[in-house]
Ligand binder design. Structure first.
Ligand code: NAI
Length: 718
């Protein structure tokens, strides 16, 4: 009884089996995942009318909603549809429409079952929440979540109403306010899943479950609350305490920059005990308000940019890549050990080579520790962590390099050493693509002396590797498409977001960090207190102030990088003397426990008061805006140079790379989106004034001057 849907583009299908069970299949054509598009919602609405009449005629005993895609149920609402909503009223209407359709499912007079085998997010989860039952597979990738706050909104298709009713307030807050998804075991524990079954037998188990439901052997799920939770959730004072705690935590975590988590808490708190109609209305209203905020627009933009970045290479170029079934990392230091762990965590066999046994041991220990932490955090099981660690082979020679498809070198930042290592890697693995993790050297210079320099590219990972989502994929002038595609695809397979950059000093992120950190140093020289400088940029939303960041990077490394960039790019770089003064005073930063801050057992404490003796500290207050503008406008100016030199594809890449590479506040949409919000003309005038007051390092870049003259912006407004 298979029949195509009226509009084949949405991939919605329906059939009734011999047992009078209806199966609704989601299978969006041309996409690896299912998305909830407005068109799909419309078709579902039409299908529901048919289902209602079939049920009235006694043709259906139960209804199953499932996916035709491997590994996904529904990955969420199409973010393009969210981005296209012009304002609060339209967002509110879209929410109300989704609620209306889903509530029709809730009202069907036969049992409804969501069969979830894989990723189930956002609107997909809300759809499942409007079913009577949820059967879930134990597949590795299965996650059920409501990540809407990460886009600056809240679940708008009934999630804030249905989830607390199903799993209790505390569990629901835990998912909605943080956006954290539940794995199958947790879903079962909190009552979100009625049953968790082996992925290999998912279809049969679903059929059996449906049979049991129809036979009346399965009750509707009720929240599984422990005694203490019941006490909190079922009394008014208990609930007050619960919401107060949730608000405190959300305020601390969002630092006041993100309105969505608090709004979600308010919506849930207010809707408890209300009639469902009112609760749904409250949710739609709140969604409308949030969707129209700058924060949400910025977060949606960053999300879309990261999706776009994954498609930066055409399918034709990607098809040229060498598939990587085994890789090698040379240099088992801070970066090498962590890159080896990343490969193993993603099930890729890896050889980790060093020249020093102690260094190798420490790299392997570092990798093991990271795997242990990932397993403690529930990313994978303990036994699995052991299996993954077994994928790493430690080596002091090149014997194991024969089968290797790609090599990443992460040895000390010295050109002759890197060239030598590349030559050795070439003879040990003649067919392999060779990648350098250099931060500041030229990839092309590293490729010199290697035969087939077309096989060399840069893969610049960020520290700490397991946390930082960005990889700069560096194309040297001689790098072939094949090598580029191999490195780009590897970055994706390791779960990172690749951004293509040209082989210019500092690539993109370190180049933009240069003037920003330099200016913070200048402010120290001018007498501004450390805490005031860092505080000004933390208040802007930076994850840490620039001086704390310098401590993390280390003054030796920062000094080296700024000298390299100054030599190549000119006087705009590296003119502050702070770094040298800190080094003269024996300060390397966090690594030797002596920087702008004091450290105890590797943890940072307060500002080191003895730093003040090295510099003149004035009592004159320095306005926070002045600090922010001096540091950040120099970064904007440098971005204009980088764009003009075609270091990256354009302003979108700058914005994405800084959010993912240094944690530039995503709620601001990226550096250049923020610059546009201030106005290029304003920034140009400020730079001109700063140049007159403080020196040429502020002189506006030619591109910025042209943009100001023609009233142009870096980014478009969508
Ligand atoms: P590190 O000093 O911690 O480790 C370097 C390792 O290379 C040491 O274990 C050393 O024994 C080994 N080594 C030296 N010569 C070797 C050779 N000929 N063959 C094999 N191994 C050799 O250095 P780190 O911090 O891990 O940096 C490595 C590379 O990554 C550098 O190019 C650096 O610029 C880059 N990088 C560093 C970042 C950081 O934050 N540490 C961030 C991004 C890139």
């Amino acid at each position: 009884m298979d029949r195509p849907s009226p509009d084949p583009d949405t991939g919605l299908r329906f059939r009734i089996d011999a047992d009078h069970v209806g199966w609704v299949t989601f299978d969006l054509p041309g996409s690896s995942v299912n998305l909830l598009t407005p068109e799909l919602l419309r078709e579902l609405d039409i299908l529901l009318s048919e289902l209602e009449s079939r049920i009235a005629n006694g043709q259906l005993l139960a209804l199953v909603l499932h996916s035709g895609k491997e590994g996904t149920f529904i990955a969420g609402v199409d973010v393009e549809a969210i981005a296209a909503l012009p304002g609060a009223a339209e967002a509110r209407a879209a929410s109300a429409e989704g609620q209306r359709v889903f509530r029709r499912i809730e009202r069907l007079r036969v049992p409804t079952i969501a069969a979830i085998d894989g990723v189930c997010m956002g609107g997909g989860t809300e759809l499942a929440l409007h079913c009577d039952h949820r059967i879930v597979s134990d597949r590795d990738s299965t996650r059920i979540g409501l990540p809407e706050v990460r886009l600056g909104i809240l679940p708008g298709f009934g999630g804030t109403v249905r989830l607390p009713a199903l799993v209790g307030i505390q569990n629901a807050l835990g998912m909605i306010v943080t956006g954290r998804a539940a794995r199958p075991a947790r879903a079962r524990r909190i009552g979100l899943a009625d049953r968790v079954v082996p992925a290999g037998r998912f279809h049969d188990e679903t059929a059996r479950f449906v049979h049991d439901v129809v036979a009346g052997h399965i009750d509707r799920a009720a929240p599984r609350l422990r005694f203490a939770q019941r006490l909190l959730e079922r009394t008014a004072p208990g609930r007050r305490l619960l919401f107060r705690t949730a608000r405190q935590r959300a305020t601390a975590e969002s630092k006041g920059f993100y309105p969505a988590p608090l709004k979600a808490i308010d919506v849930i708190a207010t809707s408890i005990g209300r009639r469902p109609d009112d609760a749904y209305e409250l949710e739609a209203e709140a969604l409308g308000t949030l969707a129209a905020t700058d924060e949400s627009r910025s977060l949606v933009r960053v999300f879309r940019l990261s999706q776009q970045a994954r498609r930066a290479l055409s399918p034709e170029v990607l098809a040229e890549r060498r598939p990587v079934g085994r890789m090698a990392v040379i240099g088992a230091g801070v970066m090498g050990g962590a890159i080896a762990e990343l490969a193993a965590a993603n099930d890729l066999p890896v050889v980790l080579k060093d020249i020093d046994q102690d260094a190798l041991d420490s790299g392997l220990r570092h990798a093991a520790e990271l795997l242990r932490k990932a397993s403690a955090a529930g990313v994978f099981g303990e036994a699995e962590a052991g299996l993954k660690f077994a994928l790493i082979t430690g080596a002091l020679d090149y014997e194991e390099f024969g089968e290797v498809d790609l090599v990443v070198e992460a040895v000390v930042e010295r050109l002759p050493v890197k060239q030598q290592v590349m030559r050795e890697a070439r003879s040990a693995a003649p067919g392999a693509v060779l990648a350098s993790n250099t931060s500041a050297l030229s990839v092309d210079a590293i490729a010199d002396g290697v035969d087939r320099p077309d096989t060399v590219l840069g893969l610049h990972f960020f520290n700490p590797v397991h946390k930082m989502p960005l990889v700069e994929v560096v194309r040297g002038p001689r790098t072939s498409n094949r090598s580029l595609a191999t490195g780009f695809r590897l970055a994706l397979d390791l779960g990172k977001t690749p951004v293509l950059v040209a082989d210019r000093p500092g690539f993109l992120v370190n180049r933009l960090l240069g003037p920003y950190l330099d200016e913070a140093g200048r402010l120290v020289e001018a007498g501004a207190p450390v805490a005031v400088i860092d505080g000004a940029l933390e208040a802007f939303g930076m994850p840490m102030g620039p001086l704390r960041l310098l401590d993390e990077i280390g003054f030796d490394v920062a000094g080296h990088a700024s000298r390299e960039m100054a030599a190549a790019l000119g006087d705009r770089f590296g003119s502050a003397t702070v770094v040298e003064r800190m080094l003269e005073d024996g300060r390397l930063g966090k690594k030797n426990g002596r920087g702008f801050y004091r450290y105890e057992g590797g943890r940072s404490r307060d500002v080191d008061p003895t730093v003040a003796q090295l510099f003149r500290v004035t009592d004159e207050p320095v306005p926070g805006d002045d600090i922010r503008h001096r540091c950040l406008f120099r970064m904007v100016n440098e971005a204009a140079y980088a764009i003009e030199e075609e270091v990256i594809g354009g302003p979108d890449d700058v914005d994405l790379a800084l959010v993912l590479g240094i944690g530039f506040p995503p709620f601001r949409g990226g550096l250049l989106r923020w610059a546009d919000s201030i106005g290029i003309d304003t920034i140009h005038s400020a730079l001109t004034a700063y140049a007159a007051a403080h020196g040429d390092r502020f002189a506006p870049a030619p591109l910025l001057a042209r943009m100001a003259a023609h009233n142009q912006m870096f980014t478009d407004s969508t």
